[in-house]
Design a protein around this ligand. Sequence first.
Ligand code: HEC
Length: 166
Amino acid sequence: MELVFVCYRFGWNQKGTFMKLMRIAVAAVALVALGATAVVAQQDPIAARKAMMKANGQAAGALAKMVKGEAAFDLATAKKSFATFEDAAAKMPALFPDNSKSGGETAATPKVWEDMADFKAKFVKFGEDAKAADASVKDLDSLKAAMGTLGKDCGGCHELYRVKKS
Ligand code: HEC
C-alpha cells in the first residue's frame, strides 16, 4: 500500500515520469549550487579569511588616503569601507576552525585558538566601531576621529593574533 502511494505521489505510474524526476534533479542541483559559496568558506577558511582581510586592507587604504590628504574626502567611498569592515567583523569569527591553525600560508598566531573568546570579542568591537563610524562620519574631521578608533582595532588585534612581518 505504502509503496503504491509513494509511487503515485511521484507520478511513477504516469507518463512523463522521467520529466518529473528530471525536475527534482534540477532542483537538487540548484540547491547544491546555492550552498556552494558557503561550502567554499568551510573548505578553505584560511583562503577565505585572508581574502577578507585583504579587502579590509584595501578599504582602510582608501580611508588613509583621504586622512593624509592624498585623496579628496568622499562619503560614499568611506561608507563602502565601513561596510567592508562590518561584513568582515561578522564573518571572520567563523573562519578559524580548529583544523585551520596551520597551512595555506596563514599568518594567524596560535594565540587565536588559545584565547578564542578574546579574539572573537575583538571582532565584535571592530564591527560595532565600524557601524558607529558609518553613523558619525560626515566629513574629513569626523573621518579622522573614527579612523583613530578603527586603526587601533586593526593594530590591537594584529599585535596579538597575527604573525609580524619581518
Ligand atoms: C580581531 C582581529 C582582527 C581585526 C580587528 C583586524 N584584523 Fe586583519 N588580520 C587578522 C588576522 C588573524 C590575520 C591573519 C589571517 C591569516 O593569515 O590567516 C589578519 C590579516 C590581515 C591582512 C593580511 C591579509 C593577507 O593578504 O593575508 C591585512 C591586509 C589585514 N589583516 C588588514 C586589516 C585591517 C586594515 C584591519 C582594520 C580595518 C584589520 N585587518 C582588522 C586579524 C584582525
